[in-house]
Design a binder for this molecule. Structure first.
Ligand SMILES: Nc1ncnc2c1ncn2[C@@H]1O[C@H](COP(=O)(O)OP(=O)(O)OP(=O)(O)O)[C@@H](O)[C@H]1O
Ligand SMILES: [Mg+2]
Length: 250
């Protein structure tokens, strides 16, 4: 047993994942300490999304173990629902409920899953919308918001469950360029407030500014695991240097 406070927030050990014959995660070992911000980089198809999805068991794994805050991932049932609630996830597409207002979207899971009283969920929901800078949009429907505002609503919705960890899978990839920063700013302040975060992104500025650590994946493996400074100035592997060459020159 580790001493309290030293248990990593996320711990993956020897994780393998296949899609049929395709070996998409190869013996992944990854520990993310509490409060750390890890940016996951890598070429398309290298397994970044799959890695994220295994952490809240949207994808089952074929071997190895995954623990969140010292708890092994349960296979199913109530225990899995509880654990999922500890792991917030924000995707490229916002997936807000189209027929519910922004505030209702944020209140929904706390009321339905956590059993929070509606008045309390409303109060906390408004505070979260304030925090992501869209309190004035609370009573609108998602379609009435810009993409950047919708993504901030999606972040507020994930935070409403008071997660221990936030996973972001290319949260700004679907946004018009002028809206990218408003979302990255929310993520940066979340990082500063001490949230444990795993972020798949192509935003190298965010990686340099907000990440404690860069994990570079290729062909289902973690090829480099280092500081942003090290990674951007002296990546060791050929594959990482090749990736950086492409991404930094476009
Ligand atoms: N549901 C699925 N069924 C079969 N193969 C899949 C499935 N999801 C992903 N894959 C394959 O697994 C590999 C890893 O995919 P993944 O989406 O994790 O990559 P990624 O690094 O997130 O790529 P991108 O940068 O394009 O988002 C790819 O070869 C992909 O085609
Ligand atoms: Mg992906």
């Amino acid at each position: 047993m580790s001493a309290p406070g030293t248990v990593p927030m996320i711990r993956m050990a020897g994780v393998d994942k296949f899609f049929g014959p395709l070996h998409v995660l190869r013996s992944i070992d990854l520990e993310v300490p509490r409060g750390q911000v890890v940016v996951v980089l890598g070429p398309s198809g290298s397994g970044k999304s799959t890695l994220c999805r295994t952490i809240n068991r949207l994808e089952p794994i074929d071997s190895g173990t995954i623990e969140v805050d010292g708890q092994p991932l349960p296979a199913e049932g109530k225990a899995l629902a509880r654990l999922r609630a500890d792991v917030g996830m924000v995707f490229q597409s916002f997936n807000l409920f189209a027929h519910k207002t922004i505030l209702e979207n944020v209140m929904l899971a706390p009321v339905k899953v956590r059993g929070t009283a509606s008045a309390k969920a409303r109060e906390e929901g408004m505070a979260l919308l304030e925090r992501v800078g869209i309190a004035n949009q609370a009573d609108k429907l998602p379609a009435q918001l810009s993409g950047g505002q919708q993504q901030r609503a999606a972040i507020a919705r994930a935070l409403a469950m008071k997660p221990k960890v936030m996973l972001f899978d290319e949260p700004t990839s679907a946004l018009d360029p002028e809206m990218v920063n408003e979302v990255l700013d929310v993520m940066t302040s979340l990082a500063r407030e001490g949230m444990t975060m795993l972020v798949v992104t192509h935003e190298m500025g965010f990686a340099r500014r907000a990440a404690d650590r860069v994990v570079f994946m290729a062909d289902g493996e973690i090829v480099e695991d280092t500081t942003p400074e090290e990674f951007f100035t002296s990546a060791k592997s050929e594959r990482a240097r090749d990736f950086l060459g492409k991404i930094l020159s476009h």
